[in-house]
Design a protein around this ligand. Structure first.
Ligand code: 8YV
Length: 332
């Protein structure tokens, strides 16, 4: 029987997973798979005890002003740059995310993008579909090798390490740059070598971006960084829109030094800048890094576990498994 607590699920997701919330609370599920506008989000959050949020639901001090009811927000995603954690903590609202369950799936997609971009799969596929293929031509759609080359990773968290481990099968040298160098045992496990950011740009044949978006990381790959990359390099962004200056990237794809790019995230998504759309050598996917049935279900279930725990509901009572503002743990 549903209790008296109220929960808002701001995006429709697996109904049987939402049923787990319905057992304990009154649940409202938004009908549209679309971010509510700032006013609707503020008003909706004032009427509930907890919410399951999409990654474009921005919650900050303004959103929370005057809200005396909300106790927890559960992001369905590992990244949480949509949440102002300081503001949530100040308001005593627990914030959670969904790490680990999407690591391997997202690393798979990084490789899908890298391989598609390096081997010109998007261009070649469009060519066949358009009926242009007249017969095998020896010099057609020549791409760039992956095996035996140098893979660079900017941002060596869980997903970066999973991307690195896969490189062993391609006999690649792996270099990375990160805020801090990994322990030697972890470096050994993923056969990755720490280098400066400059060396990473200069030496990577294929560079994968996997760092979280923060204001400091805004346009970390800008025109200057792109110009410092190896001629013929392939860039993959599966981290966040805003890490790359997309207009500068389009110029680097058009005029060099880049050969190709594989992109799952964009500045201002779902809008993609016209300059990038015009680049045949860019493989573009609509933020589907974690999109397999099993992983999206695992993410939804973890978000529900988090919310139930934060609201002390059902068997999940206790600390949420992936609480971000851990200082709220003991204050309850
Ligand atoms: C999205 C992601 O969550 O977890 C993240 O941070 O960016 C993705 O896994 C997913 O695409 C649903 O929005």
């Amino acid at each position: 029987m549903a209790g008296t607590l109220k929960i808002w699920v701001t995006r429709p997701l697996f109904d049987d997973v939402i049923d787990r919330l319905r057992e304990h609370a009154q649940v409202r599920v938004s009908a549209q798979d679309k971010a509510p506008d700032a006013q609707a989000l503020k008003q909706g959050l004032a009427e509930v005890d907890g919410a399951l949020l999409g990654l474009s639901d921005r919650v900050d001090a303004d959103t929370l002003a005057g809200n005396t009811r909300l106790k927890a927000v559960a992001n369905v995603g590992v990244g949480y740059n949509n949440l102002d954690i300081d503001a949530l903590t100040a308001a005593g609202v627990m914030a959670t995310n969904t790490p680990d369950v999407l690591t391997e799936t997202t690393a798979d997609h990084a490789w899908a993008l890298l391989m598609a971009a390096a081997r010109r799969v998007g261009e070649a596929e469009r060519y066949v579909r358009a009926g242009h293929w007249q017969g095998l031509r020896f010099d057609q759609f020549l791409g760039h090798d992956i095996h035996g080359r140098t893979l660079g990773i900017l941002g060596m968290g869980r997903i970066g390490r999973a991307v690195a481990r896969r490189a062993a099968g391609f006999g690649m040298r792996v270099i990375y740059h990160n805020r801090s160098q990994l322990d030697a045992s972890v470096e050994r496990e993923c056969a990755a070598h720490y280098v400066s950011r400059e060396a990473l740009l200069a030496q990577s044949d294929h560079l994968v971006l996997l760092l979280p978006y923060t204001p400091e990381a805004h346009h970390i790959i800008d025109a200057t960084a792109l110009a410092a990359m190896k001629p013929g390099a392939v860039l993959v962004n599966i981290g966040r829109g805003g890490l790359v200056d997309d207009v500068a990237l389009a110029a680097a794809l058009r005029d060099g030094p880049l050969a190709a790019a594989g992109l799952d995230v964009f500045e201002g998504e779902p809008n993609v800048c016209a300059e990038l759309l015009a680049c045949e050598n860019a493989v573009l996917t609509p933020h589907i890094g974690s999109a397999t049935e099993a992983t999206r279900r695992a993410m939804a279930n973890l978000a529900v576990d988090n919310l139930l725990a934060a609201l002390d509901l059902g068997q999940q009572a206790g600390d949420p498994p992936s609480l971000i503002n851990r200082e709220l743990k003991r204050k309850r």
